[in-house]
Design a protein around this ligand. Sequence first.
Ligand code: ADP
Ligand code: MG
Length: 555
Amino acid sequence: MDTPLEVLHRVFGYDSFRPGQQEIIETVVAGGDALVLMPTGGGKSLCYQIPALVRPGVGVVVSPLIALMQDQVDALTALGVRAGFLNSTQDFGERQEVEAAFLAGDLDLLYLAPERLRVDSTIRLLEKGEIALFAIDEAHCVSQWGHDFRPDYLMLSGLHERWPNVPRIALTATATPETHQEISSRLGLDAARHFVASFDRPNIQYRISPKSEPKRQLLDFIRTEHPDDAGIVYCLSRSSAEKIAEFLSDHGIAAIPYHAGLDARVRALHQARFLREEGLTVVATIAFGMGIDKPDVRFVAHLDLPKSLEGYYQETGRAGRDGLPATAWMAYGLQDVVQHRRMALEGDEAHRRRQALHLDAMLALCETVTCRRVMLLDYFGETGTGPCGNCDTCHNRPDTWDATVPAQKVLSAVYRLAKERGQKFGVGQIVDILLGKKTAKVEQFGHDSLTVFGVGQDLSSAEWHGVVRQLLTRGILAVEPAHGTLVLTDKSGGVLRGHDQVSLRRDLKPRAAGRTMKAKAGAPQADLPAEAGPLFERLRAWRAATAKEQGVPAY
Ligand code: ADP
Ligand code: MG
């Protein structure tokens, strides 16, 4: 029998194992279970492929990536590995052929879509053959906490009962301590050895800029830094993926769209072009990328805020898999937050709250005044790393400024509207009021007679949006998801009363250089009458109640 190292040389043609691979492979070869957390591009596939070749029987690989199964099997076949797959894209004849090969012992690896395990005939088939191991790829799909939940993955816990002596290896690139825990308990892998590779991707430079003219900013970024490179641009909606691809093409950047609304043939074609051609940019929704193995993606750009840090890390992790320098670039703005809070309306209460927590974590990364990499690794449970010296905040430590007074003005405006008029408005109206703009909507509601009307002419509209965004990020102000309207939170009071200071990133440079804004002690602007108390009480009670009921911290 070949050793794992011999198989690595002979079959895959690689010189040496990557960090972690050998130990994982030896564990599974010896019949032990393994839970593998390794970043995208770390080399998870070999961790089950080699044991499947070394152990007698067939390695059964459960994977949600149906679209990639054919490619994976083709790649293995080219290496002389006997591989097949079973999924819903096949007709009866094709399935029968694979099943016959399995029964005849002519397969080393069998890829299975998770829904196949719902079918009794699949279970009966597996029972008739010899199984070397079960590999559960993209194992985070079992997590309801995560962003890729697949109900069929819950069935995978049953494998161990039917095949108690067959080793199982679960693999994922998504691993907050919560997901990790959930994978382990849902798949019954408590006795498994856990392998956690470092999530650090030192060759990726993380940069996040405030969004002003997103298309123009993206174009400038690609033109100046990656004009002829392969890259992925992520957008939230299908229509913006189409529009941005067209915009880039019109401006001389080779770009094609990819999203789940495209015809399957077009999708396959665009994916194939991206893999084969050089210097092509794919403008995509999150439908693109899971399992895509293209080593020389030089940049990943986000034009909209991802839903979670897990998503962001996985998506940006597709850049620079060859270890060469790559950029993770993002533009984000207040509208993203409002849009996410609106989208987060779907689903039940618990789901909405999870979404909100994910979004808060995402925003915390955007608004951090310290190293982005440290914050990311911290989130994934890797503490103790020093500043990377490479991300935008390391290069250019963000200026902060004392924004207590402007924050008070925003909060007063929101409070005044609620208190004096019984009204709630979105950020646009609040900013117009502070700027003293007599827009049609301001006049319609008579907002020019509010005491806060025009008190904010010292900042630009963009700066006010920046202030509001940061207040939202820090939970000092909240958006009601249903209408996108601003409301106070239990943290608002401290700022309004001048007990708490607000220090913000000076992301949007002030118009006049050298202008300073200092909160005066005693904060004369604090426009908070005593009657404001009940408002906070109500919010606090609501947040405490909902948090308690769901067993999660209030947000
Ligand atoms: P993951 O599933 O962790 O995202 P893959 O298994 O797809 O990563 O591997 C990513 C790339 O790294 C592939 O091109 C693979 O062939 C390559 N690779 C994996 N292990 C090694 C190794 N030991 N030496 C060289 N290349 C490797
Ligand atoms: Mg993989």
